[in-house]
Write a protein that binds this ligand. Structure first.
Ligand code: SF4
Length: 167
């Protein structure tokens, strides 16, 4: 039996949810024996090509580059888990959705024409199918570890109100 692969991805976010995973110290050691971490730039420079068994996705979709990247990640991932309020709801950066982003950019930047951004900042599930969501800012480490343990042992994660299959 091949070792399952885990990938962790960052989009527009503060990295706090990835740090929750890094904070799991002892549990991570145990986890490392059960999965091969194929992509996790916060923790390792190693980058393996897909496919991936589990992708944890932090952050919202804010640029065209991110939109293309999340589409590719979805295509290469058996299970996609959105982790944290940025990924599940757009996060604090979604406040920009209430106004015209071009007006914001003109107010903030001296050369707004160099800012490449989408008009909105949105949740991962607005763009691709998401299998599970972990809510919170940041996420709860016990929920994260419980979800990973369940997925690695073929059980449905027991996380209240988090299953959001969108397609
Ligand atoms: Fe940071 Fe909160 Fe977004 Fe997680 S949900 S990346 S802690 S702002």
């Amino acid at each position: 039996m091949t070792t399952p692969t885990l990938a962790v991805w960052k989009f527009t976010s503060c990295d706090g949810c990835q740090l929750t995973l890094l904070d799991c110290e002892d549990e991570l050691l145990s986890l490392a024996g059960q999965v091969r971490i194929a992509h996790f730039l916060e923790a390792s420079a190693a980058i393996e090509p897909g496919p991936y068994d589990i992708s944890l996705v932090e952050g919202s979709i804010t640029t065209a580059e991110e939109l293309g990247r999340i589409t590719a990640i979805r295509e290469q991932s058996r299970v996609v888990v959105a982790i944290g309020a940025c990924a599940t709801h757009g996060g604090i950066q979604a406040l920009r959705n209430l106004a015209d982003v071009d007006e914001f950019a003109a107010l903030v930047y001296a050369r707004p024409e160099h800012i490449a951004t989408l008009a909105t900042s949105t949740a991962i599930s607005a763009h691709v199918a998401v299998d599970y969501e972990l809510r919170g800012c940041p996420i709860d480490r016990r929920q994260l570890l419980g979800l990973l343990d369940a997925l690695l042992h073929g059980r449905a994660p027991d996380i209240p109100d988090t299953s959001v299959c969108t397609e």
